[in-house]
Design a protein around this ligand. Structure first.
Ligand code: 13P
Length: 333
């Protein structure tokens, strides 16, 4: 058993309380390799933003859970080395799908876990979530749960259609499970193809897809039912079109990739939404930078010469999200 406290990590409790009261959101960036982690920590340390390092089940299998634990511990030390005196870093399991997986993460130094039982019938979702909460809380590890279903594909999680969260269920769910935060479905979705072209309109000038707006009415209903309760938005990449263009201009093929407009995320961050999940945008930044080097310098074979620019691009992206979209800069001095 390794406690996250020994690794210098924190859970999400205080962080979320302050974010809800302060009208901003904490970035939850997925990672599975060193360059991503360096970019996340550099951006967070430079902006003094609390940050959630997210690891999906797929990432855990890819990177190895022991290595991840030491990477997170190293991230705390690296942050201090960069001059961030009191780093507020959470190591979080994204989309845990079983009690055993969540338990194993709690036991291996994670400070927060998500149990995603949203695909199960309501009562089963409650039972499994409560079981994880009862275990995790013994070790002061916080638990995120989910109600409603997001569309899209992300690692092992995929769903054809979304179902908005039903606001009439949230009080019962939060009370009976004891979860610390709740992911809701209001129209965001995982991946770089968040909407089918037939769900969108097209900008007549650029020909680009314009996605349908998020269901803010559902979010506001949830907020009314659970005042001050931390709400989480998954699937919140914006799919920056400049990255899509670079990828496509350098041999890639991402037709009609579309994300959530940043103005809508900015609006959500001001509400009880206190954690915003971003994974695809970092994948796109990395891929765009790597493709550009491969295309423009076909003789290059030193990984540092393409992973270095990829890391710089990801750092730029993370800083932009923190400062201009989530508003979490300066919140962890
Ligand atoms: P994106 O695919 O929009 O980045 O969403 C990531 C996410 O929700 C991780 O759980």
């Amino acid at each position: 058993m390794v406690s996250y406290k020994e690794l210098g990590l924190v859970n999400t409790r205080e962080m979320f309380k302050k974010a809800v009261a302060g009208g901003y959101a904490i970035p939850a960036f997925n990672f599975n390799n060193m360059e991503q982690l360096q970019a996340i920590i550099q951006a967070s340390a430079e902006t003094k933003s609390p940050v959630i390092l997210q690891v999906s089940k797929g990432a855990r299998n890819y990177a190895n859970q022991t290595l991840l634990r030491y990477m997170a511990e190293g991230a705390v030390e690296y942050a201090k080395e960069l001059g961030w005196e009191h780093p507020q870093i959470v190591l979080h399991l994204d989309h845990g799908d079983s009690f055993e997986l969540c338990k194993s993460c709690v036991d291996m130094g994670f400070s927060s876990v998500m149990i995603d039982a949203s695909a199960l019938p309501y009562e089963e979702n409650i039972a499994l979530t409560k079981k994880v909460v009862d275990y995790a809380h013994q070790y002061d590890v916080t638990v995120e749960a989910e109600l409603g279903v997001l569309a899209g594909v992300e690692d092992e999680v995929s769903a054809e259609e979304s179902h908005y969260t039903r606001p009439e269920e949230v009080i019962d769910f939060a009370t009976r499970t004891g979860c610390d935060s709740l992911a809701i479905s209001i129209g965001t979705s995982h991946g770089a193809y968040k909407f089918k072209p037939e769900q969108c309109t097209r900008d007549p000038k650029t020909g680009r897809l314009v996605p349908p707006p998020l269901a803010f009415d559902v979010l506001h209903e949830v907020e009314k039912k659970l005042p001050g309760f931390p709400i989480v938005l998954h699937g919140s990449s914006s799919v920056p079109q400049e990255y899509v263009d670079i990828i496509n201009a350098h041999g890639g093929k991402l037709p009609d990739a579309v994300g959530i407009p940043e103005e809508q995320l900015r609006e959500a961050a001001k509400s009880a939404v206190c954690k915003i999940n971003i994974d695809s945008d970092s994948r796109l930044a990395m891929t765009a930078a790597v493709r550009k080097v491969f295309d423009e310098k076909p003789g290059e074979f030193d990984p540092r010469k393409y992973l270095g620019p990829a890391r710089d691009e990801m750092k730029k992206l993370y800083m932009h999200k923190i400062i201009n979209v989530l508003g979490s800069d300066g919140k962890a001095e």
